[in-house]
Design a protein around this ligand. Structure first.
Ligand code: 13P
Length: 251
């Protein structure tokens, strides 16, 4: 079977301030990716930049979305539907980011969104992660609940269209998890997926997010036993983002 590529996703959140800057970042990142062989790179800009950036996509760099509305087309002022995304060659959508969960997105809505994403032929990057860690390890159950709810009624054959992004909320914009703790969690997530679907599909990728930068990316992936990273702040700095991608590509 063909080995799945590693995955590096940039989540720009509500940045940058102008389309000009957005184009500069994408152009500069693309220039740095010419030697990349084993890594799929996805950049998720705010919706307003998707259409003007879509022409800059290539085999090296694809665009993703940060969210969409799970409902079909219609009366939803200010919203964008999942079915509106593929026309811009969007292949990936982040679902259930903790910043959206904070705005009220619950496990049930995340599940609805995951099903919409995969039914449109795109890949759902499902974010899971505990808010805090307790000494008793209760956070493992929290992650299990998030994963099993998000994947409820998702057909096994569509699991290749699902990526689990483990992003402990306390690490986002703060300090990354250590590689050994990540290793422990990635084994746990694989076990959860195996329990849910019978087998752990090697076509399914688990990635890590939360304070990933050029100083920790390769150790997190190598020693943390994950297939890639979801990068916030550093994905807006083209040099750093390219460096992260190169480090991961060479693992
Ligand atoms: P930082 O890399 O800025 O910590 O953000 C992580 C994140 O939330 C990516 O989705």
């Amino acid at each position: 079977m063909k080995k799945m590529k590693k995955l590096v996703v940039g989540n720009w959140k509500m940045n940058p301030e102008s389309l000009l800057e957005a184009k500069k970042i994408v152009t500069e990142v693309k220039r740095g990716l010419r030697t990349i062989k084993n890594t799929q790179v996805v950049v998720c800009p705010p919706f307003v930049y998707i259409s003007p950036l879509s022409g800059l996509q290539s085999d090296l760099l694809m665009l993703g979305a940060q969210n969409a509305n799970a409902d079909q087309m219609g009366s939803r002022t200010g919203e964008v539907s999942f079915s509106q995304l593929p026309q811009f060659n969007i292949g990936f959508v982040i679902v259930g980011h903790s910043e959206r969960r904070k705005m009220g997105e619950d496990n049930e809505l995340v599940n609805k969104k995951v099903k919409s994403v995969v039914s449109e032929g795109m890949t759902a990057i499902i974010c899971v992660g505990e808010n805090t860690r307790d000494n008793g390890g209760e956070y493992f159950n929290f992650i299990k609940e998030q994963i099993s709810c998000a994947l409820k009624d998702v057909p096994k054959k569509l699991l290749t269209h699902v990526v689990i992004a483990y992003e402990p909320v306390w690490a986002i914009g703060a300090t990354a998890l250590g590689p050994s703790e990540l290793h422990e969690m990635s084994i746990y997530i694989k076990k959860v997926l195996k329990d849910l679907f019978g087998v752990f599909s090697s076509d399914m990728r688990i990635i890590y997010g939360g304070d990933v930068d050029r100083n920790n990316a390769d150790r997190l992936v190598k020693d943390g036993n994950v297939s890639g990273v979801l990068v916030g702040r550093a994905s807006l700095r083209p040099k750093d983002f390219v460096e992260i991608i190169k480090l991961i590509d060479s693992i």
